[in-house]
Design a protein around this ligand. Structure first.
Ligand code: NAP
Length: 334
């Protein structure tokens, strides 16, 4: 039975990666930290690996100890990452420096896996051109617009410098699904009868449902393919009004449309960020997120997914939103 180590297992995508890996009968080591919630990691088959990504020496000790006990990680998915941060330095510390610690510890303890999958983001490349509305292509020059995207790109660039490292880079677009907390705020807003738009130009959005994403990531992990990167979407793109229409249909709600001028939302993001910072928190709407929210072209090249992994999404937005809303309702979130 092959061993797989998944960092950030306690989070939204990580917990689904663990489930998918267990389904495939891999021996799963869920990388967590002391403070992580284990609420979605209840399967008795899970081995826990408490990893301190801040400390390369301790990481090396961990890998050497595993090796001594006869455990080698055949596959590693480095999924831990920071998507919201109090300070811009936090993005670089977690997404870049900790990735570097982790990869160096694997190399220096001579525990390089057969495949190292890095969960990056479409944000590392930034949105596509808004005049031509051309999709972001795999061979484009990356142009991240927010600090989060820039930090993910830094990590990608670093990993690519490692000679002979069995790297595969996955760059999902917007990931939604059960347990997710940011799109949830949007669903909640619609369920309360409000339909917000930012700016007057419709946004063209791309999505991937978490169950399709983890299926694809595990297919890619155990495949022979390495040294490549992929953008991940469900293969379609959606106008922001379509996203709202689908949500309203499944919630059975009528809504009041509110279009907020870009300048106003930017101002609110700034004020919210200042208020929340007093309590040491970061609001869902913040200045960095605003840069992402105002971008109108989130289309990207995904044809390689079908070619390399025979991937076809089982969920389009209509089917995925229906399922996720049912989950939020069943769990009492909505
Ligand atoms: N959600 C999306 O739409 C999306 C899109 C593209 C890419 N991604 C990428 O997918 C990955 C997972 O994101 P997610 O949406 O599942 O986020 P999430 O729910 O916030 O999960 C993040 C995970 O990373 C761990 N983590 C965060 N800071 C850490 C630190 N300092 N040390 C160790 N572990 C740390 C968290 O551990 P704790 O539970 O202990 O905090 C958690 O397990 C990230 O790398 C993100 O950049 C997400």
């Amino acid at each position: 039975m092959a061993n797989i180590l998944i960092t950030g297992s306690s989070g939204f995508i990580g917990s689904f990666l663990v489930e998918e890996a267990l389904k495939r009968e891999l021996s799963v080591y869920a990388g967590v930290r002391k403070s992580s919630s284990l609420a979605y990691l209840k399967d008795p088959g899970i081995h826990f690996a408490e990893l301190d990504l801040t400390d390369k020496t301790r990481l090396k000790e961990f890998f050497l100890e595993q090796k001594q006990n006869g455990i080698r990680f055949d596959y590693v998915i480095h999924n831990a990452g920071l998507t919201k941060a109090q300070k811009k330095e936090d993005f670089y510390r977690v997404n870049y420096t900790y990735t570097r610690n982790f990869a160096e510890a694997l190399i220096e303890s001579d525990c390089i896996p057969l495949k190292f999958v890095y969960i990056s983001s479409l944000a590392a490349y930034g949105p596509g051109d808004e005049a031509s509305m051309k999709p972001v292509m795999l061979d484009d020059v990356p142009k991240p617009v927010d600090e989060y995207g820039k930090s993910k790109l830094e990590a990608e660039k670093y990993l690519k410098t490692l000679p002979g490292f069995p790297l595969l880079i996955i760059r999902p677009s917007g990931v939604y699904g059960p347990r997710e907390k940011d799109y949830f705020v949007y669903f909640q807003t619609i369920s309360r009868g409000m339909e917000p738009y930012i700016g007057y130009k419709p946004q063209i959005l791309t999505f991937i449902y978490v169950r399709d994403l983890v299926r694809l990531i595990l297919d890619a992990t155990v495949s022979d393919i390495k040294g490549k990167a992929y953008f991940i979407t469900d293969g379609k793109h959606y106008d922001s009004r379509e996203f709202a229409a689908i949500t309203k249909k499944h919630l059975g709600k009528k809504t009041f449309k509110i279009t907020l001028p870009l300048g106003l939302v930017g101002g609110i993001a700034l004020v919210m960020e200042k208020i929340f910072s007093l309590g040491g928190k970061m609001p869902t709407l913040n200045t960095d997120k605003f840069k992402i929210m105002k971008s109108t072209n989130w289309t990207c090249q995904v044809d390689a997914l079908q070619k390399d992994f025979d991937f076809r999404a089982a969920y389009d937005l209509d089917k995925g939103v229906k399922e996720v809303l049912e989950w939020y309702q069943k769990e009492g979130w909505l």
